[in-house]
Design a protein around this ligand. Structure first.
Ligand SMILES: O=C(O)CCC(=O)C(=O)O
Length: 268
């Protein structure tokens, strides 16, 4: 890392996120992409888009990513030495302009999905659906492909993690990839302050559970695949909140020691 851990901590506390931190070297990246393409082949793109959830339980290469030596030092610097791996998910936006576009009778090409229904992620805060108290939730977004404006990179509102929880509602526009289809109403989002977090394949961004973030549809011909890993300090605990009914079946100690055992029964 070129920036010191102390500096990263300072920036994270102020902005609520860090971006473009190097993680995978060339060989590791090649291997991760090869392994992911096997999952694509096995499950198909519709599934791998958003349903590879907590597959670190099944695939050692995915588990290794959650404990990567370039990731954990950053996570520990921010949330402390004792860390629980809370959850993981691949989020993959496939190109919208693909050969499967078919000519209609007039000889025009038409996408399978209308442009305003393409998969995107609405403005939201992760804490709105993670029923966790007693400590922060930190998300790592590890890029397996270059993740840029044109293929729907993550966008964040710097400093928005300091405003506490904002109201969410059911998303108005179709295509929201989030499992419970939540969004912050647009009048509450300072979208003019949004910044894109462009990542090269192998880099990661890191964001706080209260940071307001989103991502646009992939309007390019290039896949945008990311692996999202959520971590909490061991002092955090699951709460019974009917508005945030998330279960935590796939947790384990990522590093340090767990004197609390809040997640040991794997349910919330
Ligand atoms: O991958 C995306 O576009 C959104 C990811 C996200 O919302 C998250 O990591 O919390």
């Amino acid at each position: 890392m070129t920036t010191s851990i102390a500096k990263l901590q300072e920036i994270y506390n102020q902005q609520g996120f860090l971006s473009a931190l190097p993680v995978l070297d060339e060989t590791e990246l090649r291997e991760a992409r090869r392994a992911f393409s096997e999952l694509e082949e096995e499950f198909g793109e519709e599934y791998t888009q958003y349903s590879l959830h907590n597959v670190h339980l099944q695939y050692p290469w995915v588990k290794d990513l959650t404990k990567h030596p370039q990731i954990l030092p950053v996570v520990k610097a921010i949330i402390g030495p004792d860390v629980i791996l809370l959850d993981s998910r691949f989020i993959c936006k496939y190109p919208t302009v693909k050969p499967k576009h078919q000519e209609n009778e007039e000889g025009e090409t038409k996408p399978d999905v209308e442009e305003n229904e393409l998969p995107y992620v609405a403005w939201h805060q992760d804490m709105r659906y993670w029923g966790i108290a007693g400590g922060p939730v930190l998300s790592v977004w590890l890029a397996l492909d270059d993740s840029l404006k044109e293929n729907g990179a993550l966008q964040v509102i710097p400093g928005s993690h300091c405003a506490g929880m904002l109201p969410h509602r059911q998303a108005v526009r179709p295509g929201n990839m989030l499992s419970v289809n939540q969004e912050i109403p647009e009048e509450l989002v300072q979208a003019d302050e949004a910044v894109i977090c462009p990542l090269l394949a192998g880099q990661m961004s890191v964001h706080d559970g209260f940071l307001v973030h989103a991502s646009d549809a992939n309007m390019s011909q290039r896949r945008r695949c990311g692996f999202v890993i959520r971590y909490v300090p061991t002092c955090a605990y699951p709460i019974q909140d009917p508005n945030r009914p998330r279960k935590f079946h796939a947790t384990e100690l990522a590093c340090g020691a767990d004197q609390f055992k809040h997640f040991s029964n794997k349910t919330a």
